[in-house]
Design a protein around this ligand. Structure first.
Ligand code: GDP
Ligand code: MG
Length: 483
């Protein structure tokens, strides 16, 4: 993107559509002047003189269009024949003066009556006055460029908007408040100090500098190295939290997988019928279970001989989904003994992932005995449920929570949530490994500082102290317009 960071941008910041209120935000040096063009405050004050963090009632008018003055009964124009500007809406204007605003620039926000056409018209007026339509994420990009947020905090803004569970909101909020940034900055500062010390030693080897002992240098290197390693480890958990764990419903045809899928979602999302092979595509939906974001997938039943080419496609699709699962709900028809189709379906589950065994159709009675159950050895617990009457569903939710919460574990520590974070930390980690090795082997200090510098720069890129426009484009293109 090649656009200026110095002009005034505007966008509708509430979702398009009908609603109680629509908010239009302007940010940049001309924000107040542009607002004054279209807004007439009720008070006698001028928009340009409004104090920061105040709200004002007024009218939005079309600066050029005027309505003919009303005719009085006697045929005379009222108001001495003057024309009045067309009033579009009554609105509230909020004032935020630089640097105390979201973007760090002068910002005004119009709160209008929420209607698509109205909001579009007002925005059009503001753009006609000289504002530029904001790019996706541009308000947050400016906040970053003006030092209001670092890059991990800007990313947290997006995570917060996209959060699908309580836990992911908590993680995003902590990242937004700067906890991860503080940890990364602390790490970087310690390495910088070490680096400065080594450089001084290289530049003035004969001077009596206040020195770290070799032991202290080695310890600092090792500690930073370990801390970065731990942060890299937190990625798996962080990503799960952000994206939700994939929980796949598996089993042979007609045991009630789609019925269970619908029961957990509390709506009829998947088709259900007494005919085997009703489900062919994999369906996936978001679900929140006790604060955890879960991606629940319903699959085609796994079968030996697929009677129709579409069944075969469905089975292939199911297998792919099964491989990506973080955990399974393995469904059996509890009213009868398991057969070879059940075992075939069972064989397609990946080892080492939690499996909850479900004996469905409990409303018809459960006949499967414990010896038969024990053949599915990896099942951590069995539940008798009825997708039809919803009996046993609460227990099931509890078990799902227990199976998945362990994966999210310890939400107290800082977590990295993005591949970008992981890559930056990995290159910092590798550079530190080389630095540590060189130091231990008593290689020249120049070699050590070379890698130390790389390790520091990777951390600086992570928090955005060093960045390229390309990187910003990638990060902010994920945002919506108006954020
Ligand atoms: N009685 C009873 N019937 C069920 C239950 N769950 C599913 N069914 C029936 O079993 C048949 C197959 O269900 P479906 O969900 O399509 O199975 P799928 O092929 O595994 O997805 C349908 O006729 C459902 O009405 C249940 O808990 N109790
Ligand atoms: Mg089905």
């Amino acid at each position: 993107m090649t656009f200026s960071n110095n002009d005034t941008i505007a966008a509708l910041v509430t979702p398009p559509g009908e609603g109680g209120i629509a908010v239009i935000r302007l940010s940049g040096p001309e924000a107040f002047a542009l607002a004054a063009r279209v807004f007439s405050p009720r008070s006698a004050q001028r928009v340009e003189t409004f104090a920061s963090h105040t709200i004002h009632l007024g009218e939005i008018h079309h600066p050029h269009l005027t309505s003919p003055a009303r005719q009085t009964e006697g045929g005379q124009a009222s108001g001495g024949g003057r024309k009045r500007a067309v009033v579009l809406d009554q609105a509230l204007l909020s004032i935020f003066r630089a640097p105390h605003s979201y973007t760090g620039e002068d910002v005004v926000e119009f709160s209008l009556h929420g209607g698509m056409v109205l909001a579009a018209k007002v925005l059009e007026l503001i753009l006609a006055g000289g504002a530029r339509f904001a790019e996706p994420g541009e308000f947050t990009r400016r906040a970053f460029l003006n030092g209001k947020l670092d890059l991990t905090q800007a990313e947290a803004v997006l995570d917060l908007i996209k959060s699908k569970s309580d836990l992911s909101i908590q993680t995003a909020m902590r990242q937004l408040s700067g906890a991860l940034s503080a940890r990364l900055k602390g790490l970087k500062d310690r390495l910088m100090k070490l680096y400065a010390h080594m450089e001084a030693f290289l530049d003035f080897p004969d001077e009596d500098l206040e020195v770290y002992s070799d032991g202290e240098m080695a310890r600092s290197l090792r500690q930073a190295h370990e801390e970065i390693g731990a942060l890299i480890q937190s990625f798996q958990r962080g990503a799960l939290l952000r994206e939700g764990a994939l929980l796949v419903i598996a089993g042979k045809p007609n045991v009630g997988k789609s019925s269970l899928f619908n029961a957990l979602l509390e709506r009829d999302r998947a088709l259900v019928s007494e005919f085997a092979g009703t489900t062919r595509d994999t369906l996936e939906e978001w679900l929140e279970i006790k604060g955890l974001a879960v991606r629940l997938a319903d699959t085609a039943g796994l079968m030996h001989a697929a009677p129709h080419p579409l069944d075969a496609l469905g089975v292939e699709c199911a297998k792919t989904t099964l491989q990506g699962a973080q955990a399974y709900l393995f469904v059996l028809d509890g009213t009868r003994a398991p057969d070879k189709e059940d075992f075939l379906a069972w064989k397609n589950l990946e080892a080492g992932r939690p499996v909850i065994g479900i004996l469905n159709k409990a409303d018809l009675g459960t006949r499967m005995n414990s010896q038969e159950r024990s053949k599915f050895s990896a099942v951590s617990c069995w539940l008798e449920i009825s997708s039809k009457t919803r009996s046993g569903l609460e227990d099931l939710e509890q078990k799902i929570f227990e199976a998945l919460a362990g994966m999210h574990a310890d939400t107290a520590g800082e977590q990295i949530t993005r591949v970008r974070h992981k890559k930056a930390l990995e290159s910092s980690f590798e550079a530190l490994s080389r630095a540590e090795k060189a130091f231990q082997e008593r290689a020249s200090l120049e070699l050590v500082t070379l890698d130390l510098r790389l390790a520091i720069d990777a951390l600086r890129e992570l928090i955005g102290e060093i960045y390229s426009e390309d990187l910003l484009d990638v990060i902010f293109s994920e945002f919506c317009i108006g954020k």
